[in-house]
Design a protein around this ligand. Structure first.
Ligand code: GRF
Length: 203
């Protein structure tokens, strides 16, 4: 990967399960040359994920691996495929499935995830969507904000790479908070991928 960082940049695989606004931000980040590299493939475990259309619109290859068909062997095939197309970094962007050891072993320290709140306090199994922002508001903290971390085989658990603070206002609702946090997510994910792609952040 070191050579590619210097030369053609990094090949990114983005994993999605839903609307794909982070995917869109990463694609833009590559287009605007903030990220030195490209989204080479998009992997979705749902065929109705909104992000699939975004990928197709940009001419990016999409592979749908539906959850019911997933097995250890299937992830082995996926791992082999990602290696065959020279993926350097896997960026999970709203991918609602635990990454199994077979993939983590082959892409050790090269799988990252974005979470819409501070970790480890507001992450873990079942902590996604509005539930995260609800819990943040119940906790009476003053700042929340997205976190990018390495993926290590447990939900929302690996080493934290970066975090942007987002202030919480007294009249916030989960939805209002989500609306502000998602904008910061887009900036943060592009920023982290930019640093990785230019060698400023070593994983
Ligand atoms: C984001 O809030 C991300 O932090 C979380 O899932 C959501 C995905 O949103 N992991 P989108 O599909 O990128 O719009």
């Amino acid at each position: 990967m070191a050579g590619q960082v210097v030369n053609q940049g990094i090949n990114i695989a983005v994993f999605i399960s839903g609307r794909g606004s982070n995917l869109q931000a990463i694609i833009r980040g590559c287009r605007d040359k903030k990220i030195k590299g490209r989204v080479k493939v998009v992997i979705s475990n749902r065929r109705d994920a909104g992000g699939i259309e975004i990928a197709k619109k940009h001419g990016i290859a999409v592979f749908v691996y539906e959850k019911k068909k997933f097995s250890h062997k299937r992830y082995q095939q996926l791992t082999d495929f990602l290696k065959s197309v020279d993926i350097d970094i896997i960026a999970l962007a709203g991918y609602l499935e635990l990454i199994p050891p077979v993939l983590i072993r082959q892409f050790e320290n090269r799988i990252i995830n974005i979470h819409p709140a501070p970790l480890p306090d507001f992450g873990g199994k079942g902590m996604y969507g509005m539930k995260v922002h609800q819990k943040v508001l119940e906790s009476n903290i003053k700042y929340t904000g997205p976190t990018v971390h390495l993926v290590d085989g447990q939900y929302d658990h690996g080493k934290v790479l970066d975090h942007y603070p987002v202030e919480i206002f007294p009249d916030d609702t989960p939805q209002l908070l989500a609306n502000r946090v998602i904008l910061k997510e887009h900036q943060l994910y592009v920023d982290v991928l930019s640093k990785i792609s230019t060698g400023k952040m070593i994983l």
